[in-house]
Design a protein around this ligand. Structure first.
Ligand SMILES: Nc1ncnc2c1ncn2[C@@H]1O[C@H](COP(=O)(O)OP(=O)(O)O)[C@@H](O)[C@H]1O
Ligand SMILES: [Mg+2]
Length: 383
């Protein structure tokens, strides 16, 4: 008996046709873009989606894009990863390439390329929604480019054919924008909350039914996946556990996925905190980890805010005689540490208004982190 009916439906790139517990947000996007859905240009729409890792930001935006393209033959959705494409010129080239547009981009300044793109859209009566995923990358490296892209084709006598969905896991991203850019997004922010236990149970059930043969997944294994993923509210972790547990079962020639396969899957994802992982971490990232661990220890809190952490990080930098990095660089470091599984960035309610980012160490005692990082930093100093 085989395990997987369609293994590819658990791959990270795959976007399911339905996103349980994101129906409201999907229909909100459809409302924001209703004129585009009807194939009519209108004023530009700019939406910002904010949420922690694994809350479905990328999947939601791509699924919306698919619906948009189905509803109007003039509309195109283009998804761009701004960690790879960090400048206006690189983003415009990517758009031109995705559209297969006959615009030679070589030797053109970004502004000229933008103007040609707008002309083409106008001639072909096309409408585009650009999904700018990991938007921080673009905002931090080319803030003027962000402004230019937002204003593309906004000239008074033209119809708006370029709209934007920006995506970030940074709760403070609005504050990092210039006033002119912030104003553009402020009206359309969608916060994705972390999934709770019940929601993850539905998601795992659905993803199982798509990818695995019926009856292969035991209730116990499914419950364990949900249990493990609901600690962080992270659907990505749930889907990855599901796929890996299935692989372990398959490799053993088992006929069903049982909890032991899930435990093996979990152990293979974040091999807890190993010294090897810490060797991939740069000096400033070590400062940041040390600051986080010390602050968590001394405050006795389970989470610290990113602004508190930045202050503590500056203190550590001073201690080691290194100039502190700017806040935006600090954010890049935080995202990398989260990708390595060393910290977790959550979205929480701030004191006054809006949301704030909070940082935790998942499953790593802060005292051990302090000891390990201090030792590594000291041995590096001695070299
Ligand atoms: N509501 C949902 N229903 C089904 N699968 C989901 C849902 N939300 C997220 N996923 C899946 O979880 C994984 C992570 O989602 P993703 O959109 O990449 O999160 P983010 O971009 O917020 O980090 C993807 O495999 C995605 O398909
Ligand atoms: Mg994403």
């Amino acid at each position: 008996m085989r395990i997987f009916k369609s293994e590819e439906k658990l791959s990270p790139e795959y976007v399911p046709p339905r996103l349980p517990h994101r129906e409201k947000e999907l229909s909100l996007l459809e409302t924001f873009f209703s004129s585009y859905m009807a194939g009519r240009p209108a004023v530009s729409v700019r939406v910002l989606i904010v949420g922690a890792v694994g809350t479905g930001k990328t999947a939601l935006s791509k699924l919306f894009g698919r619906k948009l393209e189905k509803s109007s033959s003039q509309a195109r959705y283009i998804h761009i990863n701004c960690r790879i494409h960090t400048t206006l010129s690189s983003i415009l080239k990517k758009i031109v390439e995705e559209l297969g547009a006959p615009i030679p981009s070589r030797g053109l300044a970004a502004e000229e390329l933008g103007a040609k793109l707008v002309d083409l859209l106008e001639r072909k009566k096309m409408l585009t929604v650009i999904g700018l995923d990991e938007f921080d990358g673009f905002l931090h490296s080319d803030p003027r480019g962000v402004y230019t892209l937002l204003r593309l084709g906004e000239e008074a006598d033209r119809e708006a054919r370029v709209s934007i969905i920006a995506i970030s896991r940074n709760a403070e991203i609005l504050e990092e924008m210039d006033e002119s850019v912030r104003g553009v997004f402020q009206a359309g922010v969608i916060y994705l909350e972390e999934y709770n236990h019940r929601q993850l149970a539905d998601i795992v059930e659905y993803r199982c039914s798509e990818a695995l043969y019926p009856g292969v997944m035991t209730e116990e294994a499914k419950n364990l996946i949900v249990e493990m993923a609901s600690e962080s509210g992270d659907a990505r972790y749930a889907v990855e556990l599901l796929w890996r547990a299935g692989k372990y079962a398959e490799n053993e020639g088992a006929t069903r996925v049982v909890p032991e396969h899930v435990r093996k899957a979990a152990a293979s994802i974040y091999p807890s905190i190993k010294r090897e992982v810490l060797t991939y971490v740069s000096r400033h990232e070590k400062f940041l980890l040390l600051a986080a661990a010390r602050l968590l220890l001394s405050s006795g809190k389970s989470h610290i805010s990113s602004t508190e952490l930045y202050q503590a990080y500056k203190v550590v930098c001073e201690e080691f005689g290194a100039p502190a990095r700017a806040y935006t660089r600090f954010w890049e470091h935080m995202q990398r540490l989260e990708d390595l599984g060393l910290i977790r960035i959550k979205l929480g309610k701030g004191e006054s208004h809006g949301r704030k980012s909070f940082i935790t160490l998942p499953g790593i005692p802060a005292s051990i982190m302090v000891r390990e990082i201090s030792a590594l930093l000291e041995s590096a100093e001695g070299e």
